[in-house]
Design a protein around this ligand. Structure first.
Ligand SMILES: Cc1ncc(COP(=O)(O)O)c(C=O)c1O
Length: 385
């Protein structure tokens, strides 16, 4: 069978060659067994113990590796566990560079937990100007970590340029590709070493499972990550791996609708009274629009950040009035979600830094779902009053 299409839409359905060789089942079985019987003394079979490898998880990992253009995938119990596994590759007291704009949990893991427990020395810089990254590199820089587009202000970072800077210092370049998805952007092809996902978001896509992924192209790095995982054990369970694998089947279709809705809503919002600023990489007004066009080949994602007129009270009123957008943490599911980054996803960012980082009181983040666009626009229109 030759199912080697390079088209992401086809890869979403066939990546990983998961048709069961014996039964012909087109979907992988949910294998719950924690352990696997040896054929005889000293003769283990392909699977030994499910912390190390499990058939359902392996189906997801193979699929993810193909989608991201890598050779090996690793699936975790959460996006944060995937991030923690990358940090476990670093020697103690390494210097790492992270963006000032990054998911709040990631920022806390680096600066709150690992700075303390692993002695990480951390530089926080604005990655929208890659000169800042170059200036922050040191002899002991071991990791340059970033997102593009970023959470929550959807800034677009030049992935290829940052990867080159990291490699000039023998550091790993790692991208959190959650907002873009592999349909729009494949960081390994742009020179990065590891691509990470919170699969909780678009890959699983239905707000019903927490998960994470790391994908690598280099076999030596794959072996190192595999060794870390085998002992730290933050793996995805078989039910969760199955749900994520199932979600990926419809990723291309969902992204098409997520993105056409987002483009229409962002363009409409730009001329709507009551909205001070609309930030969406698909808009010509976005400072990273041209870079996004080069770097993201099938779309600009489905997160829109808006600054409303007024302050937190006005933002709260707007959010409370929305009917279809649920006020919730998280994003990337089929249903629309609205969040207030300052008090929700990024609440752990130090209070005195929030304004400077753009986490202003009137900032609202929309995760645009796949409902009919007219209903979503009518909902926002009514909520704006
Ligand atoms: C960009 C990004 N990365 C990582 C994470 C963490 O993922 P998880 O919640 O699956 O642990 C999130 C969660 O919101 C996120 O938005």
């Amino acid at each position: 069978m030759n199912r080697k299409s390079s088209r992401p839409e086809t890869k979403c359905i066939h990546a990983g060659d998961t048709v069961d060789k014996v039964t012909g089942a087109v979907m992988p079985a949910i294998v719950t067994s924690s352990t696997f019987e040896n054929a005889a003394f000293g003769e283990p079979r392909e699977y030994i113990y499910s912390r190390g490898a499990n058939p359902t998880r392996a189906a997801l990992e193979r699929c993810a590796a193909v989608l991201e253009g890598g050779t090996s995938g690793f699936a975790y119990g959460s996006g944060m566990a995937a991030t923690a596994a990358v940090l476990d590759l670093l020697p103690a007291n390494s210097h790492v560079i992270v963006p000032s704009e990054v998911y709040g949990g990631t920022f806390s893991l680096f600066t709150g937990v690992r700075a303390h427990s692993a002695g990480l020395e951390i530089s926080v810089v604005d990655f929208t100007d890659t000169d800042n990254v170059a200036a922050a590199c040191k002899d002991n820089t071991k990791l340059v970590w970033f997102e593009s587009p970023t959470n929550p202000l959807v800034s677009v970072i030049d992935i290829k340029a940052v990867a080159e800077l990291a490699h000039a210092h023998d550091a790993l370049a790692v991208v959190d590709n959650t907002f873009a998805t592999p349909l729009n952007q494949r960081p390994l092809e742009l020179g990065c070493d590891i691509v990470m996902h919170s699969t909780t978001k678009y890959l699983a896509g239905h707000s019903d499972v927490i998960g994470g992924l790391n994908v690598v192209a280099d076999p030596e790095l794959a072996e190192r990550l595999g060794r870390v995982n085998a002992v730290t054990g933050g793996i995805a369970g078989p039910f969760d791996a199955y749900l994520t694998f199932r979600g990926i089947k419809t990723l291309a279709l969902r992204m098409e609708r997520h993105q056409s809705n987002s483009q229409a809503i962002a363009e409409w919002l730009e001329s709507r009274a009551g909205v001070q600023k609309v930030i969406y990489p698909g808009l010509k007004s976005h400072p990273g629009h041209e870079l996004a066009k080069r770097q993201m080949d099938t779309g600009f994602g489905a997160i829109i950040a808006i600054e409303l007129e007024g302050g937190q009270a006005e933002a709260a009123e707007f959010m409370n009035r929305l009917e279809y957008f649920a006020i919730a943490e998280g994003l990337g599911g089929v249903e629309s979600i609205v969040g207030h980054p300052r008090t929700m996803s990024h609440s752990r960012v130090p209070e005195d830094r929030k304004d400077e980082l753009g986490l202003v009181e009137n900032l609202v983040r929309l995760s645009v779902g796949i409902e009919h666009v007219d209903d979503l626009i009518a909902d926002i229109d009514a909520a704006l009053g």
